[in-house]
Design a protein around this ligand. Sequence first.
Ligand SMILES: *Cc1c(COP(=O)(O)O)cnc(C)c1O
Length: 397
Amino acid sequence: MTEHFTGSFTQQDPIPEAGIDAALAVLRHGRLHRYNTAGDEVAETALLEREFADYVGSQYCLAVASGGYAMATALRALDVGPGDKVLSNAFTLAPVPGAIASVGATPIFVGVTEDLTIDLDDLEAKLPQARVLLLSHMRGHICDMDRLMAMCDAAGVDVIEDCAHTMGGSWNGVPSGRHGVFGCYSCQTYKHVNSGEGGFIVTDDPHLAAKSIMLSGSYMLFERHLAGPPKEAFDNIKFHTPNVSGRMDNLRAAILRPQLADIAAQCARWNERYHTLEDGLRDTPGLTLINRPDAEEIVGSSIQFLLLDWAASAVQDVIARCAARGVELKWFGAPDPVAFTSRYDSWRYAPSEPMAASDRILAGVVDMRVPLTFTLEDCALIARIIRAEVSSVYQSA
Ligand SMILES: *Cc1c(COP(=O)(O)O)cnc(C)c1O
């Protein structure tokens, strides 16, 4: 009998009951705007920021409207503007070059390795071309952060980490987002906490934290932050920093706080699923699993593998056969963007040179979401389906 999978690749867990109760309380009192507080009430958003800062171990945290907004704000706070160049990953998703374009800057794309991390040799060669790196830990793969930070520090390049896929992950015990000058996170539905839309910016730098808060639209209410810098940090900037509104609201914060309290357990659930898939795919002829170094603490909310040096038509065949059995795979080698998936040369507003070594990898990258609504049995079944279809296409090639 041919096995089929019938689950949904886009269905996340429901919001925890505690989050629903907290959201109803906010709806009932009606004070959704973060600076709309009664008496000495502390807003849900301010509480969430304090809790997130404690979670990642940062001095400061600002909750904002999206992960893309977080990255654009970090760039603005570092005075990146029109005409500037920003180093970034060739292998990432559209909000990353989009954040760079939103401040009028242009990306310099850095290649990708077979580990699906940024190519540090390529980065080293390109470091003199910019003073900021927007580093995307794409699909949760964390590069050798010790080497990367040593190189960037030596070159005077500031690092902004895009942790949209690594909230809860770490390198050598240091949480993702805590190596660079800024860490940016997303709370969009498909990430590790879900408020529909939302994001965080963390930093230890009081000046940059103050600028970020002003940029996000604090007006002169910046003292109502529990995870903000002392008010002196605003003295020299408060009349010079434009308001580019992108605050988080108390409704989203109320939904997020119970999720944050539970995130370690959720990450462990993702990893059980990831390892079940990985074990099921191991030693499939023609399929390369992605190496995960010991220093990397992963959050397996998605899984990738390579069909390296396969003909495009054979990869498409695998994707179609898996789809026919209910398994939704994404391919980074497609010539045009499909749904959320795109490539560096799809972003026509950001000029790029062809990168042969990276193109070879991207042409083989297959990606799959792992929502927590999947059981471990689901993951074992999905792995059997992929294994069977990859094997049969590989053998007939
Ligand atoms: C989702 C995502 C972001 C942030 O996205 P928002 O939808 O703006 O929250 C940033 N980088 C990557 C790689 C992403 O996938």
